[in-house]
Design a protein around this ligand. Sequence first.
Ligand code: HEM
Length: 131
Amino acid sequence: ENAALLKAIIENAIDGIITIDERGIVESINPSACKLFQYEPHEVIGKNVSMLMPQPYRQEHDHYINRYQTTGKPHIIGIGREVTGLRKDGTQFPFRLGVSDVNFSGRKIYAGFIHDLSREKEAEDKLKEYT
Ligand code: HEM
């Protein structure tokens, strides 16, 4: 069945996948994203996605979403951005964020795709030490 196939793909994806509603409330989070942010699904679902980011983004994120909804002008959607995530233990990590706008059964949701860049950043920093 198609829905089961899609579920299996999301469950086994290497990258983190998080969906939010139009107010920024987390509706789903896949195992890769749970591992990256160190949370269990129930600790994140129903909460604002801003809990997964450091300041000043945490404070501004609702505004970013509102601005997109009122102006229709994207800053990350369809573009991508390197951003910083906040883990449960308080440490931060860099990742590539992709966001897509999804029309799902008559309402709007957003899907965020999280590609960890920790290793690349570490290698870059090591290289800088020697130059
Ligand atoms: C917009 C940061 C995660 C959905 C933005 C903007 C920033 C940002 C800085 C506005 C960009 C600008 O105005 O130039 C972050 C950070 C995250 C994060 C630091 C770390 C966890 C997510 C996730 C989703 C998401 C996981 C979706 C599931 C959106 C949406 C917008 C937005 C819908 C507005 C549309 C747009 O500007 O294109 N975010 N975000 N964000 N973000 Fe996030």
